[in-house]
Design a protein around this ligand. Structure first.
Ligand SMILES: [Zn+2]
Length: 74
């Protein structure tokens, strides 16, 4: 249920995550993160967290989003 091959992208939105406290694995500087929400033509919506180094060392990566309601499932 996490397919990202859902056809053409019809919308995308990038929102900064202000309470992200990850660090750049390359240089150790605090990283910045943004939530990338992408909507596909078939109605699928994916959310990915994109982290970027606060220094221009060039590092950026997708990271696991913060656990939400699934954390309460048994
Ligand atoms: Zn870095």
């Amino acid at each position: 249920m996490t397919s990202i091959d859902s056809g053409p992208v019809v919308s995308s939105q990038l929102r900064p995550i202000l309470d992200y406290f990850g660090k750049c694995p390359a240089c150790g500087y605090p990283a910045e993160a943004a939530l990338l929400t992408t909507g596909f033509i078939d109605g699928t919506i994916t959310r990915r967290v994109v982290a970027t180094c606060g220094l221009p060392c060039g590092w950026s990566d997708h990271v696991a989003p913060a656990p939400m309601t699934d954390a309460f499932r048994r």
